[in-house]
Design a protein around this ligand. Structure first.
Ligand code: SF4
Ligand code: SF4
Length: 478
């Protein structure tokens, strides 16, 4: 089966229950943001920009769990910010397990290996020694860390930890191969850490998924290579969604300057062009979501936005109308469902009901539409069943050539991010692009970006343009 039977059955029975009760609107996936603080500063991250006044605020544990109970979504995506920074993340995951949810921890992976070492320390026994040695041999755990695991004291043994479970996925943010990903997250070595964390997770028996946002300049061939590489690591599934920036200021600029909107953001036509091979990817790789949503992305059909099915809960409450756009926050999910004028959002038959929705085709607005049968066409149910119950695509064979294509940036000594920073700020570069001061800043200050964001690429557009200019003048000087 492409997806585990127990999970598929849980989600299917949730849909059937609500269809039988004729519930007009209900939640499928809760996007739970317990905090917006992050250890990275990704370019374009909308979370930090939008919630810049509440970065230090966190949703109390009890409130997080109550939100999951209230909306009763079978799946909970714990995101943020970086959820592994949330001080009660273990308690939150344990509470969601108790509620019987399918859990996705959406992480940038920088703390994953630490959390997995804590799991090993809490559960170490001679039976785990072989795995520990394998991790050391693959340099995923150091000898010193291995000793700490073996000699775990009573406190480490008693610690609540995040254990492997068939109900939980690490969902690692990967926006491309090394060069692209490190550029987007604005730090060298992050892609390498993601890969190390995924490898360690697989050895320890965790389920692992990835999520990718496609941008205007995302290279489609690179995406295919990325899926091949991740598949060669035995990643269990992938979410992929077009990034989209509806930002009014950008549109104003377009209007005032009379520039082609295609220069600034991913339009529907551009999304369709990028995703023209999505159905092929769905056959070759374990892409999460429905084939109906894939047909929508490929431009073969229309869907109506069902943003109410993937609600977002954060420090300000229930965010409406969707993960991307904020017209208000509500204290309860039921209140949000009742008060928001849902019929004023989305695109119907090519006509945007709200101009901000015009080019949106994002996963959080349209993937549930495929599962819920809005815009139902004959054969859709069979397509979805066939896709979910079909054979899981085989892992792509690992090879040195594929590894080389994946690690196309810093680890082969290119130092691409230093080059990027130098192009933008020569003074900072002269004192060392990755000086301690900057590391400290990155560790404590929030940021901007990608799957947690709106898909706003304006800052990265600037960055890429400046790198290109710098490269041109370098070639000219030589
Ligand atoms: S996109 Fe934002 S929240 Fe996500 S890892 Fe980057 S900076 Fe952190
Ligand atoms: S179409 Fe997109 S931007 Fe508009 S409400 Fe739906 S998810 Fe949000």
């Amino acid at each position: 089966m492409r997806f585990p039977l127990a999970l598929t059955a849980k989600i299917a029975s949730h849909i059937i229950k609500h269809k039988a009760r004729k519930t007009p609107k209900f939640a499928m996936v809760l996007q739970l943001e317990p905090l917006h603080t992050c250890n990275l500063t990704c370019t374009g991250c909308g979370r930090i920009r939008e919630y810049s006044t509440s970065l230090k605020d966190m949703v109390p544990l009890e409130q997080c769990l109550a939100a999951a109970t209230e909306c009763d979504a079978p799946m909970v995506s714990v995101c943020g910010g970086e959820p592994l920074i949330y001080p009660k993340i273990e308690e939150l995951i344990a509470g969601l397990h108790e509620q019987g949810r399918v859990i996705y921890i959406c992480t940038n992976a920088m703390f994953m290996r630490k959390k997995m070492r804590e799991y090993m320390a809490a559960n170490f026994s001679p039976a785990m020694e072989a795995k520990l040695q394998k991790l050391v041999a693959q340099q995923l755990v150091t000898e010193k860390e291995a000793e700490v695991i073996r000699k775990a004291d009573a406190t480490a043994k008693a610690k609540l930890v995040i254990k492997p479970s068939k109900w939980m996925y690490w969902n690692v943010h990967v926006d491309g191969l090394e060069y692209t990903h490190d550029l987007i997250v604005e730090r060298e070595g992050v892609f390498k850490e993601c890969v190390a964390a995924i490898k360690m997770a697989k050895i320890l028996g965790y389920q692992t998924a990835t999520n990718t946002t496609v941008y205007k300049e995302t290279d489609v061939q690179e995406l295919e290579d990325m899926f091949k590489f991740l598949s060669s690591l035995n990643v269990d599934g992938h979410t992929i969604s077009p990034g989209y920036d509806y930002d009014a200021a950008k549109k104003d600029m377009v209007k005032r300057l009379g520039r082609d909107p295609k220069e600034f953001f991913l339009t529907r036509d551009m999304t369709r062009a990028k995703f023209k091979d999505i159905e092929k990817w769905g056959r070759l790789f374990t892409i999460f979501g429905t084939p109906v949503y894939q047909e929508f992305l490929a431009g073969k059909r229309e869907l109506t936005c069902t943003a109410w099915a993937i609600p977002t809960y954060n420090v300000k409450g229930w965010k409406a109308p969707c993960y991307l756009m904020t017209d208000g926050h509500y204290p309860t999910y039921a209140g949000m469902l009742g008060e928001v004028k849902w019929e004023t959002y989305g695109v119907v038959n090519g006509v945007a009901r709200d101009p901000r929705c015009e080019h949106c085709m994002v996963h959080c607005g349209y993937d549930p539409s495929g599962a819920l049968g809005t815009n139902y066409q004959s054969g859709d149910n069979w397509k979805n069943v066939k896709y979910n119950f079909g054979a899981k695509p085989k892992p792509f064979p690992a090879s040195a050539a594929l590894d080389q294509r994946a690690f196309n940036g810093a680890s082969i000594g290119k130092g691409h991010l230093a080059e990027a920073k130098a192009a933008i700020n020569p003074a900072a570069s002269a004192r060392g692009a990755f000086s301690r001061k900057e590391e400290e800043h990155a560790a404590h200050e929030p940021h901007v970006g990608s799957h947690c964001g709106t898909g706003d690429t304006s800052e990265r557009d600037d960055l890429l343009a400046k790198i290109k200019d710098a490269q041109k003048s370098q070639v000219g000087a030589e």
